[in-house]
Write a protein that binds this ligand. Structure first.
Ligand SMILES: Cc1cc2nc3c(=O)[nH]c(=O)nc-3n(C[C@H](O)[C@H](O)[C@H](O)COP(=O)(O)OP(=O)(O)OC[C@H]3O[C@@H](n4cnc5c(N)ncnc54)[C@H](O)[C@@H]3O)c2cc1C
Length: 391
């Protein structure tokens, strides 16, 4: 729990915790083992109103703030990392970009899909364009009243299960003149939008990460996000970044819950582990790191961009993601240590959490690239090694 929350925010947090512990936590180990996307959990999330809660009320959502989404995401991730990630992507990132910059028809389409349980996919990364996302080569060629998209995207979260795709591509007009990088909406299944490979990942095993081959994918002109620049679309990604940091923090919170309970229960040398000062200080450090992460993430979620946009401030979002993802690695590792050999066993939850938490210093902007972004802002200029707007 955190200071500074309103009564309504605490109420939402408590309801999300009760739901997550009752419905989600008991499924976490099985989701990891089966590697299957948890459609049953998604149906329950949609029924409880956790899919699309940031969508405006006039489109069927609840118009909730990013902070409210963050409160729910922490509780879901505390119970099950895959579920935490689903709630991020159903409330931040692609869906936020469409709500901010889409046409009325695009907003209606996206809202309908997400409220019914779709987790949208955001398609930026390519085999040769990772941190340097602006080096992407996927292209969209204008042909009359539609665009034709060709290229390869990889490490796409939700590949093969997501319906709504926000695809970033270099746009060219009918004469072949470059128009810059733009966003396009495609709905799966669609001819020319195929998952070619599922990555055999270390963690988050119930969430497919895949390579998408885009081969003459036809997107109607009305499905281009034409009312904004590439930088605006990437700005929307700051909300997803805060969401990703929150999932890391939620895993750490869950790991600390387990470590505390185990330290109170397990006895060695005739005393509970929790009675040893060496472990008490370890637990205190874990709690301190967790509280600091939570405060930074909440501050980022509440912030607004310097351009007055509705998205979190890029500097605060980057700092919060760096801190929370790195703190979570340490907290989960220490929690595993407190479990001793059992921490290393698949029969106990820490082994899964240690695998799940590893991705958060990589995806959504690596810890190194985000540090460059922070330094660029501190120095007041774009550094030569800094990524394009697509960090
Ligand atoms: C689980 C997971 C889910 C993902 N989901 C999505 C998704 O849904 N959609 C999507 O588009 N992408 C997704 N990604 C891709 C992710 O955004 C990229 O992995 C990330 O941007 C880094 O790119 P890369 O892996 O190619 O690493 P590279 O860019 O090759 O970097 C390799 C290493 O070099 C470092 N490095 C690179 N440039 C610099 C620099 N200028 N200064 C200092 N160090 C640098 C990096 O920090 C990293 O440590 C996902 C990745 C993972 C692991």
């Amino acid at each position: 729990m955190t200071a500074g929350l309103s009564h309504a925010e605490r109420d939402l947090q408590q309801r999300a915790r009760a739901f997550a512990q009752r419905t989600v936590a008991p499924r976490a180990a099985a989701i990891d083992r089966s590697r299957d996307y948890p459609h049953d959990i998604v149906a329950a999330l949609a029924a409880e109103g956790y899919m699309g809660m940031t969508i405006p009320a006039e489109l069927g959502g609840q118009g909730r703030s990013f902070l409210e989404a963050v409160l729910v995401i922490e509780e879901m991730a505390r119970a099950c990392t895959v579920t935490g990630r689903i709630v991020v992507e159903a409330n931040m990132g692609a869906i936020s970009a469409v709500m901010a910059y889409g046409t009325a028809a695009q907003k209606r389409l996206a809202a309908e899909l997400v409220l019914a349980g779709d987790k949208p996919a955001i398609c930026i990364t390519e085999p040769e364009a990772g941190s340097d996302a602006a080096a992407m080569t996927t292209r969209a060629d204008r042909r009359g009243d539609h665009w034709v998209i060709n290229g390869t995207k990889h490490w796409i979260t939700g590949a093969g299960i997501s319906k709504l795709h926000l695809i970033f591509a270099r746009a060219f007009d009918e004469a072949g003149a470059p128009l810059g990088i733009a966003g396009f909406l495609a709905v799966s299944p669609a001819a020319g939008l195929e998952m070619a490979y599922r990555e055999p990942t270390l963690g988050l095993c119930g969430m497919p990460e895949g390579r998408l081959e885009l081969r003459d994918l036809v997107v109607p002109a009305a499905m281009a996000l034409s009312g904004c620049r590439f930088a605006d679309l990437i700005n929307a990604y700051n909300s997803q970044r805060v969401g990703a940091g929150t999932v890391a923090m939620g895993i750490a919170a869950g790991a600390l819950d387990h470590a505390l309970a185990w330290a109170e229960r397990r006895e060695q040398f005739g005393r509970r582990l929790a009675d040893f000062q060496g472990l008490q200080w370890m637990l205190a450090d874990m709690q301190t790191q967790l509280t600091a992460s939570r405060l930074m993430l909440h501050a980022a979620a509440r912030s607004r961009g310097p351009d007055g946009s509705a998205f979190p401030d890029p500097m605060l979002a980057a700092q919060a993601k760096i801190f929370a993802s790195e703190a979570a690695l340490k907290i989960v590792n220490d929690a595993l240590q407190i479990f001793g050999a059992r921490g290393y066993s698949k029969d106990f939850p820490l082994e899964r959490m240690a695998r799940d938490v590893r991705m958060f210093t990589i995806a959504g902007g690596t810890a190194q690239v985000l540090r460059t972004l922070v330094a660029s802002r501190m120095l007041g200029r774009k550094l030569p090694q800094a990524p394009g707007p697509a960090a």
